[in-house]
Design a protein around this ligand. Structure first.
Ligand code: ASP
Length: 476
């Protein structure tokens, strides 16, 4: 006999089966006990009567213990059929029972949708929270989503390439997470804010079509719907113009919705392409919600916002920031990318420059951003200067990229739609934590593992690091 899933018993009436799972519910009728056996496929009713030699053991079982059951699949009497569960027409009469692992009382109910439970508690016991059918469904849907994306991009000639997690700081507008080097004391790796420079270097390598389901790390101030690490469908293409990238992304999401979310309707096909200026004028936002009926959970209003300004003024620090990132191709208001004119404007009035940045917006959320890139080193150096880097810093931080470009660089561009937000919307979830297996809380903590945490003085010593914290700086 081989292990079978609960749901498979539906078609095995009259047969002997071997089952494994949790005892999700116990209904003790004295001489007869009913169990709801739960495995990843669903719930199955099993029963044992007092004549069975395993009956005393069955009396002892605590909810959520892990068991092995051997029994006969039999039809339920008509009046006991349960239309609410998929196996509702049958049950298993237990012949043999063993407890593989006994469970103590769970800290919360795991068969409900769970929204009613304190989130910190759910996170502390996330491995139990994930027993919840809603969350297991979300894990499975995330898997199907990523599998679809991988197959789609593979069919389009992309190859998935992993890039380093231990790397060097790349400016994407956030603070870096730093990792001290033991071998080179006083030096640090940075966790990538995105694989931006690597994917551009892969274009220099001649890869032409790269993608990666990439983890990105940004040390930003905690906000409810932000995670210190998140996942992007990061892609880059050579020899393309803006619409090649946008058309690909559009086709990818139209097909994905058709295949995985047939109940959902995309409001506008093709996705509208609206300039940044027009979006602000018409909707007062660069991430407008263009749904016709925002109360409809099955409506998906995708829109591309294009022609962003190249820079935005940072009041606090009194300097220019890139609207996207410094590697974006600037252009003039009339769309021209004339090098001399761009260099001229960069020196005199950077505020009037537009760029080849584009964002993907869905139901009022920014769910992805990308751009065509600057491959001209003179322009790139000038952009770094506008951003306030001096020659030395440019050399130190970006030499590898400038050097790479000097060996022949195909024109290229890309985008990085965010997996967590898109799935949150597709699954009608209120926040991204519901579609991530082990998220941090809104305050950036992992209550289950207890991270972030102190490390031993030995670990610090090895790294030649000293921690200096004042009383009033201790946070939790
Ligand atoms: N690296 C960019 C980001 O994370 C995406 C891109 O420009 O392709 O937003």
């Amino acid at each position: 006999m081989k292990k079978i899933f609960n749901l498979e018993t539906k078609n095995l009436v009259g047969q002997k089966v071997e089952l494994y799972g949790f005892i999700a519910e116990i209904r003790d009728h004295g001489k007869l006990i009913f169990f709801d056996l739960k495995d990843r496929s669903g719930i199955l009713q099993c029963m044992i009567s007092q004549e069975n030699k395993f009956f005393p053991l069955a009396k002892e079982i605590k909810p959520y213990s892990v068991v092995k059951i051997i029994g006969q699949v039999q039809p339920r009497p008509a009046h006991l059929v349960n239309p609410k569960i998929e196996t509702g027409k049958i049950e298993v009469s237990i012949e043999e029972l063993s407890i593989l692992s006994s469970a103590k009382t769970l800290p919360f109910e795991v068969e409900t949708d769970g929204y009613e439970i304190d989130e910190a508690l759910r996170m502390k016991y996330r491995y139990l929270d994930l027993r919840r059918p809603r969350l297991f469904k979300n894990l499975r849907r995330r898997h199907e989503f990523l599998l679809f994306i991988r197959n789609f991009l593979d069919a389009k000639g992309f190859i998935e390439i992993e890039t380093p997690i231990l790397t060097k700081s790349t400016p994407e507008g956030a603070r870096d997470y730093l990792v001290p080097s033991r071998i080179y004391p006083g030096k640090f790796y940075a966790l990538p804010q995105s694989p931006q420079q690597y994917k551009q270097l892969l274009m220099v390598a001649g890869v032409e079509r790269y993608f990666q389901i990439a983890r990105c790390f940004r040390d930003e101030d905690p906000r409810g719907d932000r995670q210190p690490e998140f996942t992007q469908i990061d892609l880059e293409m050579s020899y393309v113009e803006r619409d090649d990238v946008l058309n690909l992304v559009e086709e990818m999401f139209i097909e994905l919705v058709r295949e995985l979310y047939p109940e959902k309707k995309i409001t506008y096909v093709p996705f509208p392409r609206i300039s940044y200026e027009e979006a602000l004028n018409l909707y007062g936002s660069d991430k407008p919600d263009l749904r016709k009926n925002p109360n409809d959970p099955n409506e998906l209003a995708f829109v591309f916002i294009v022609d962003f300004p190249m820079f935005e003024w940072n009041e606090k620090e009194n300097k220019w920031d890139p609207m996207h990132h410094p590697f974006t191709q600037p252009k003039l208001a009339d769309g021209s990318r004339d090098k001399n004119e761009i260099l001229n404007v960069l020196s005199k009035s950077p505020e009037i420059l537009l760029s080849e940045q584009y964002d993907l917006v869905l139901n009022g959320y920014e769910v992805g951003g990308g751009s065509l890139r600057t491959t001209d080193s003179d322009i790139l150096i000038k952009i770094f200067e506008v951003l306030g880097y001096n020659r030395e810093e440019i050399e130190e931080k970006f030499f590898h990229l400038l050097e790479a470009f000097s060996y022949g660089v195909p024109p290229h561009g890309g985008i990085a739609p965010g997996v967590d937000r898109i799935l949150m919307i597709l699954e009608n979830e209120p926040n991204i934590r519901e579609v991530i297996a082990f998220p941090k809380t809104g305050e950036g903590r992992d209550y289950m593992m207890g991270a972030p945490s102190k490390v031993s003085s030995n670990q610090l010593k090895e790294l030649k690091l000293k921690v200096e914290i004042k009383e009033n700086e201790i946070n939790g």
